[in-house]
Design a protein around this ligand. Structure first.
Ligand code: NAP
Length: 227
């Protein structure tokens, strides 16, 4: 049974960057495209329309209603906010709003046409300060912060704390005074639990991991609940 290809909302689709992106998306009918343009009758608009499976949406990225219309019903997005035209400050604001509105509209995969944060990479050397580069990657740094889940960040905290050095440290001398019989290693805990499971008839650790049950109530509750 034929399935409808997913639709990609493209901002900047009539540009030097956008046209090859759209060609790549539609050439084998894997995707449909909705492309934003301020002028659907321009020569470049005609070029992308002629590729087939491309619908044009008239408007500017500097308008929330237009962004909603653009993302609505699409699954993916390629967003190239034209910093040449809009300037660095305007690009940053509308790129962030575009990303937020994309999330509101349920976009599953958001590609931002990025450039290097050359100013930062050069150690803030003013000779490398180029607004249309820096503005783009500032946006992407921000986007990546939004997409990192809390779980990833928790993993980072522990990765950056190995050997009781780094972000999180514990006073084990104090802990030993409070709880002299404490379990001192993961291995020790595994051995104790394995032994305990055998004695209580619950099975060793291997048998028990075959049927893991949630420890957190919030997982059992499907992460739903009143505040
Ligand atoms: N060209 C390069 O080699 C290159 C390389 C790296 C990064 N970039 C970045 O790409 C961006 C420029 O894209 P481009 O190179 O493709 O330039 P371009 O050929 O001049 O195309 C500009 C695109 O932006 C769209 N656009 C401009 N203002 C808009 C607005 N207010 N609302 C909706 N669409 C708007 C234009 O659409 P309509 O005119 O149809 O509305 C057109 O599709 C810049 O931010 C630049 O830093 C370019």
């Amino acid at each position: 049974m034929a399935t409808t290809p997913p639709t990609v909302f493209v901002i900047g689709g009539t540009g030097a960057q956008g046209i090859p992106v759209i060609q790549g998306l539609v050439h084998d009918k894997a995707y449909k495209v909705r492309a934003l343009t301020r002028d659907p009758s321009s020569a470049r608009s005609e070029i992308i329309k002629a590729l087939g499976d491309v619908e044009l949406l008239k408007g500017t990225f500097a308008d929330e209603e237009t962004l909603h219309q653009g993302f609505h019903g699409c699954q993916y997005a390629f967003v190239n906010i034209d910093g040449f035209n809009s300037g660095e400050k305007t690009e940053m604001y509308w790129a962030i709003r575009a990303y937020e509105i994309a999330l509101e509209e349920g976009i599953k995969f958001f590609v931002y046409g990025n450039l290097d944060y050359a100013y930062k990479k050069s150690g803030y050397d003013p000779r490398c300060r180029a607004g249309h580069y820096d503005g783009k990657d500032r946006v992407v740094v921000w986007i990546l912060q939004q997409t990192k889940s809390n779980k990833d960040r928790m993993g980072n905290i522990w990765r950056m704390s190995g050997g009781n050095r780094g972000v999180v440290q514990r006073d084990y001398t104090l802990l030993d005074r409070i709880h002299p019989n404490r379990i001192r290693s993961v291995e020790q805990w595994f051995r104790i639990e394995d032994d305990k499971g055998g004695k209580t008839g619950r099975g060793g650790l291997w048998e028990r991991v075959q049927n893991l049950q949630p420890i957190l109530k919030i997982v059992e509750d499907g992460r739903k609940g009143l505040l």
